[in-house]
Design a protein around this ligand. Structure first.
Ligand code: DGL
Length: 260
């Protein structure tokens, strides 16, 4: 089936997922929607997140998406059950990788850096309860991180200071795994690596999401069959797209402006 894989995030962070999906499925068309005007989702009430997810889904469906990747932990943990209940297309979500961290930790203490919206969601609580029995989870809200990334201030002093404050309690608790529970955060890995000892493994779910996307495409016989596709990867943003462009890291990508 030759529709694109639709991918959305509250902003530019989901490009970390787009890269994994594109790498694993290079013959598929993709369409990425960055709802940066409404970022961050993580500070909004569940109902508001739900409405934004519906708006994003409707847009991607209008573009003919055959499958939708919710490339946002906050959107997944708050809205994916609802989206699955009202739309027919398959949805792939992303949530903090508690299970792999719980299997890997030796100190039995893991850190989770995520948005307020993710950490307070029922899905996050259920997953933690199910997969992290006997393991201490040091939760940390990443307040301000998404805003700085959206503003292109990845390498700023402010970012370094915030991250230092956020990892301090985790190191004090002797974690040996840090779960990145937000798709914006993989872009922080170089800074986090400088702040964390080598013994702390950083875990994110990007590759797992790409693997799952491939599995769902195969299971539903939705793989692309067309060759020589034109306009293979499309990007949409509803704000200035400079940061999106720089994170994609390849000047060839055109970004269309959306007004919603
Ligand atoms: N990338 C989103 C996530 O994974 C960021 C959420 C936000 O906008 O606060 O949760």
């Amino acid at each position: 089936m030759n529709g694109p894989i639709g991918i959305f995030d509250s902003g530019v962070g989901g490009t970390s997922i787009w890269k994994e999906v594109h790498q694993m499925l290079p013959d598929e068309r993709t369409i990425y929607l960055a709802d940066s005007k409404n970022a961050p989702y993580g500070e909004k009430p569940k109902e508001a997140i739900l409405q934004l997810c519906i708006k994003n889904t409707e847009f991607l469906l209008e573009q003919g998406s055959k499958i939708i990747v919710v490339a946002c932990n906050t959107a997944t943990t708050n809205a994916i059950d609802y989206l699955r209940s009202i739309y027919k297309v398959p949805f792939i979500g992303i949530e903090p990788a508690i299970k792999p961290a719980a299997l890997h930790t030796k100190t039995k203490r893991i850190g989770v850096l995520a948005t307020k919206g993710t950490l307070s969601s029922q899905l996050f609580h259920n997953t933690s309860k199910l997969h992290a029995q006997g393991i201490q989870i040091v939760e940390q809200e990443g307040t301000g991180l998404v805003e700085l990334i959206e503003a292109g201030k990845l390498e700023s002093e402010e970012m370094g200071d915030l991250l230092y404050d956020y990892v301090k309690p985790m190191l004090k608790a002797d974690i040996d795994c840090l779960v990145l529970g937000c798709t914006h955060y993989p872009y922080l890995i170089p800074i986090l690596r400088r702040l964390l000892p080598e013994t702390v493994q950083i875990i994110d779910s990007g590759e797992a999401v790409a693997r799952q996307t491939k599995a769902i495409l195969l299971k539903n016989k939705l793989q692309n069959t067309e060759t020589g596709l034109k306009r293979k990867n499309q990007f949409y943003s509803n704000t200035d797209s400079t940061v999106l462009k720089s994170l994609l890291g390849d000047g060839r990508h055109e970004i269309a402006c959306l007004d919603f």
